[in-house]
Design a protein around this ligand. Structure first.
Ligand code: SOE
Length: 395
């Protein structure tokens, strides 16, 4: 046993993201030398039996059936929100007001006004040392973090282009049920908010610059779908639980937009759940006056780098294997060449969050960052509604 101070964690929701976050909480203390020891104290879910089973499987000590119970528990220091977007604002604002640190899954909220209220609550809480972070986990993939470092160090010169796609195909089948991610009231938007938000955050993170304006279009290819059966677990990405009634899809299946960055670069973004054969393909290419970088989640341990300052005869894209101890997060992992996976980004998220809580250091993406992404999402939707007209993003 160590004599480190502990950080009591309560998590709300235990579906796909809750499982991923649980791996983060469980693994981070055994990999990184954290200043405090997170303890997985309580898991919250509405169905007590299902929640107890999930808690046992995922490593949570205790359960609650109402998230409000966490607010009154002295042994809970941090609330991790892994529920659909329509619940984020209420839980996060109440948690911050109760003096609990918050980790909130992305996108921060379903609307800009909710995100504004959350950012204001986070700014207020920060004054008394209570911290808040949004779970844009791809920032914590070492190759993506290395891309940011190389761009910040000027290795690409002046950045001119960003080409970002996030492609999935899990709803190509028109019989796939109308799960919560396909309902505007629960999810805010579709492919745009769910996966487009990731590439917006990641591109801005890599460049260290914000998107200043956008022009977008959206499409919903399959307009009605079978309703899911009302069984626990029916809200996931699996299509096995369809019922016989049909409901309307109220979000985008695919969204494309062009963008300008504050520093002068231009960008193209595509988020779709209809890219048949593409399971979870997140790819960002950045071109600058002195070089280019390509990050591709399907080869997430690699970063392609073109150094334009090399002589023409030998210049070419080269593959950096991002597993050296000098690469972001890698000092704590395996010897070079031993690869990491998608789930490690959640371990890194916990490491950064817990470290900033303990030492008071910078913690990003903040709720203010999440609000800015939300403004981009809203501007894209507004543009799509107004014949793809240009929309400036307010500061
Ligand atoms: C579903 O599209 C999803 O689980 C997203 O919600 C996650 O944020 C993404 O990382 C993987 O796909």
């Amino acid at each position: 046993m160590t004599d480190k101070p502990t950080l009591g964690v309560g998590m709300v929701g235990y579906a796909f993201m809750g499982r991923a976050h649980s791996i983060g909480w469980r693994t981070a203390p055994s990999v990184f030398d954290l200043p405090v020891r997170p303890e997985m104290r309580a898991l919250v879910g509405r169905n007590s039996q299902a929640t107890a089973a999930a808690a046992a499987a995922l490593g949570w000590a205790d359960t609650e059936t109402d998230w409000r119970a966490l607010l009154d528990r002295d042994d809970i220091d941090l609330i991790d929100i892994c529920t659909p977007g329509d619940t984020h604002a209420e839980i996060a604002i109440a948690a911050l007001a109760a003096g609990k640190h918050v980790l909130c899954e992305k996108p921060l909220a379903n609307t800009v006004s909710e995100a504004e209220a959350m950012a204001a609550a986070a700014a207020e809480a920060e004054r008394s040392g209570v911290r808040a972070m949004v779970g844009f986990n791809y920032r914590r993939v070492p190759a993506a973090a290395l891309a940011r470092e190389l761009i910040a160090a000027g290795r690409l010169g002046t950045v001119r282009h960003v080409r970002a796609v996030y492609l999935q195909d899990w709803i190509v089948d028109p019989q796939f049920p109308l799960v919560w991610r396909l309902r505007k009231d629960a999810a805010g938007s579709g492919a745009l908010g769910d996966i487009g938000a990731h590439i917006i955050d990641l591109a801005q993170f890599m460049l260290g610059e914000k998107i200043s304006g956008v022009s977008g279009l959206t499409e919903t290819f399959v307009k009605t779908r079978p309703l899911p059966e009302a069984t626990p677990g029916a809200a996931g990405l699996s299509g096995s639980s369809r019922g016989t009634e049909v409901g309307e899809v109220t979000v985008d299946d695919a969204t494309l937009f062009t963008a300008r960055f504050a520093g002068g670069a231009v960008g193209s973004f595509e988020a779709t759940r209809f890219a048949t054969g593409r399971k979870n393909e997140l790819r960002i290419e950045v071109n600058g006056s002195a070089g280019s970088l390509v990050f591709d989640m399907e080869s997430m341990n690699e970063l392609l780098f073109y150094d334009g300052t090399e002589p023409d005869q030998t210049a070419g894209f080269r593959k950096i294997l991002v597993t050296e101890p000098t690469h972001p997060y890698l000092h704590a992992w395996w010897p070079p060449g031993h690869l990491l996976g998608w789930d490690h980004s959640f371990v890194h998220e916990v490491r950064d969050l817990v470290t900033a809580i303990a030492d008071g250091g910078e913690l990003r993406p903040s709720f203010a960052d999440g609000l800015q992404v939300q403004r981009v999402l809203q501007a894209v939707l507004e543009s799509a509604e107004k014949s793809s007209s240009w929309q400036q993003i307010p500061d």
